[in-house]
Design a protein around this ligand. Sequence first.
Ligand code: ADP
Length: 331
Amino acid sequence: MEAVVEATELRKSYGETTALSGASLSVDRGEVFALIGPNGAGKTTLVRALTGTTEPDAGSARVFGEPPTAVDRDRLGVLPQDFAPPDRLTAHELIDYYAGLYDDARGPDEVLSDVGLVDAGDTWYENLSGGQQRRVCVGSTLVNDPDVLFLDEPTTGIDPAGRRTVWRLIEDLAAGGTTVVLTTHDMAEAERLADRVGLLADGSLIAQGSPDELVAEHGGGSRVLVETDADPEAFADLEYPVERASRVSSRGRGGGTPAGVVVRDVTPVEIGTIVDYLEDRGLEYTGLTWAEPDLEDVYLALADETERERTQREPIDSPTETDAATPGETA
Ligand code: ADP
């Protein structure tokens, strides 16, 4: 399969700060590749190296086998994270403005329809909501019908409906053969869109694979969230690993973190054991949810591992407690 985007051992430092420490990846035609990783991991620097807006210190970046700056710009679409177009143009004028940069561009109406903004075409950019603005920005990368699209946090700040519009758009583009590299903090987005996910930490890709592969390899067993005010210690006689739920998101509940404990490695047929345990000990609980591990578990497990390795490397002058998951904390 032809690699459309390829990074080989990319390195980049800004003074003392290492942004990329040997990042390698390869993305095939029509693939959606999602870069995830904590703030400061190097995602933006990697996208910039791959789009030719920053020069790596070492290693190579290739798009269609060429250095990014040599690629015919008709073939590239790039949405930088901090992209800020002029305020005093309407959405329609803005798309038209960017279309004017290409000899053979798509019509603004068609592009506005792609990003679900037909009705907002005559609104000034500055009067659009944050999410609508971001969608116009995504639209501006589509005027030249690019073969490869780099989207740095395309859906940050977009409401759920707008986010779905952008997701469907990306799925359609990929189905039509467009190669997409995106960064995101939204694990649901990565899980839904990405054929492959790369987890960047401290400037290198510490894990790559399809969401399913990553979950199978790093996600751990399925788990039960017990919403309770009881301490994890009250579960000590249960024959499963137990921890405070402070770092487990409550998916499907509109965010927030319920108070409770997480019991790990529980298969669905074993849930009864936990209910019996709660009843036997008179432990009060308000909810019990079983969940398969997902990409967020992978992210947290690998990010924790990297953090532990880093603190082992730099044991001096960091008096910080490990993190919010420290047992024994009272809410
Ligand atoms: P991410 O996108 O994953 O948040 P970045 O690529 O923006 O990560 O940043 C990686 C590291 O490089 C961070 O420590 C950041 O502060 C630093 N960095 C990025 N760009 C610059 C720059 N232009 N000048 C100095 N430091 C930078």
